[in-house]
Design a protein around this ligand. Structure first.
Ligand SMILES: Nc1ncnc2c1ncn2[C@@H]1O[C@H](COP(=O)(O)OP(=O)(O)OP(=O)(O)O)[C@@H](O)[C@H]1O
Ligand SMILES: [Mg+2]
Length: 335
């Protein structure tokens, strides 16, 4: 069956439909698109006005008639109508450039989505212009994308810290031995920072500000040189205000979320058969996803588990690069 599907992949794209970012890989070309998973819609007509980076600029600052929506939540489609608009926009944008006659699409989906959700994603892709659509489990995709030896019997472990979820998986012989997805990712960290700033300083900050704080001064472990930055928001009296905050404070704000990620990794290690645990101890745990770029998260996980941890190359592109490997590599016969 799979050989037959792969035979069609002459015109093929791979898509990572993420909570925070959507990326598209075009066969023979590599990554051709990378945009925030945001759609701006007209409130009355629900017609999309902007998609991607342009729509993200509108998050938190739209006038009454427009809403900027993120159609993916916790790694899965939360709003089908809008996510389909987004998918169509991305597929058409790529397809226009290449004048595809026949288009096959590989979509990476979180491990553990239900068959109904999977069907819905595939239907959405077909309505958005795909002639053939298949899904690929995200942990397999991200492991392929960072070049782990997924097909070997020796086990690999991958932790993908995305915007909506963190997926922890142990892989062996091209398949998932154990996987767990928790609804803690970059978005949760941002929310914790927003709450902290509100609690500590009575300052309201928007989602883009909290993400900026996390990226610029966030850390998972104590830093040799702690960082500070200027934060802008709105005070209780409604007036704009700015103040300086430090990386120690941000660490305190996100500490509980990071513990949940560490617990999920520990639990996966506990569940792995002894031989596989031995492989992982030798090979280390690979990190992927945007959240793996948080300062010191590799050290935090390594200290907590006693297993070496490394951040994969180009971690935000791991999943989409994995769909690319899947499309390009004719030897791959996984699921
Ligand atoms: N340098 C950084 N430090 C910390 N977090 C970062 C950094 N760069 C990006 N991020 C975070 O990574 C997240 C996005 O990662 P990614 O693109 O892998 O998610 P996604 O695939 O869209 O989400 P999901 O896999 O949950 O559906 C965002 O929360 C973003 O704030
Ligand atoms: Mg992801």
């Amino acid at each position: 069956m799979f050989k037959k599907v792969l035979g069609f992949f002459s015109n093929a794209i791979g898509i990572d439909l993420g909570t925070a970012n959507t990326l598209v890989y075009l066969k023979g070309k590599g990554i051709v698109m990378r945009e925030p998973s945001v759609v701006a819609i007209h409130n009355d007509t629900r017609k999309p006005i902007a998609v991607g980076a342009e729509a993200k600029k509108m998050l938190g600052r739209t006038p009454g008639t427009i809403s900027a929506v993120r159609p993916m939540k916790d790694g899965v489609i939360a709003d089908f109508e809008i996510s389909e608009h987004m998918l169509r926009y991305f597929i058409e944008k790529v397809a226009r450039k290449t004048l595809f006659a026949h288009l096959s699409v590989v979509i990476a989906v979180p491990y553990g989505i239900t068959p109904v959700e999977k069907r819905a994603v595939l239907d959405s892709a077909q309505r958005a212009g795909a002639d053939v659509a298949v899904t690929l489990a995200e942990p397999i995709a991200s492991a392929l994308g960072i070049g782990l030896p997924v097909g070997e019997s020796a086990a690999s472990m991958i932790v993908d810290i995305g915007g909506g979820t963190t997926e922890v998986a142990i892989l062996s012989i091209g398949d998932i031995v154990h996987a767990k997805s928790i609804r803690v990712g970059g978005d949760e960290l941002d929310a914790s920072i927003t709450n902290y700033v509100k609690r500590a300083y009575n300052l309201d900050i928007g989602p883009r500000m909290s993400e900026e704080i996390k990226i610029r001064i966030g850390s998972a472990v104590k830093l040799d040189e702690e960082l500070r930055m200027e934060v802008r928001g709105r005070e209780k009296n409604g007036l704009p205000h700015s103040l300086s905050i430090g990386s120690e404070e941000v660490r305190e704000a996100i500490g509980e979320n990071l513990n949940q990620i560490v617990d999920a990794v520990r639990e996966a290690l506990d569940h792995s058969p002894p031989e596989l645990a031995g492989d992982i101890l030798t090979r280390g745990i690979a990190l992927a996803g945007g959240g793996s770029q948080l300062r010191g998260i590799d050290k935090l996980i390594s200290d907590a588990t006693g297993v070496p941890v490394f951040v994969g190359d180009d971690p935000m592109c791991a999943v989409v690069n994995g769909t690319g490997r899947f499309i390009e590599d004719n030897h791959w016969r996984g699921r």
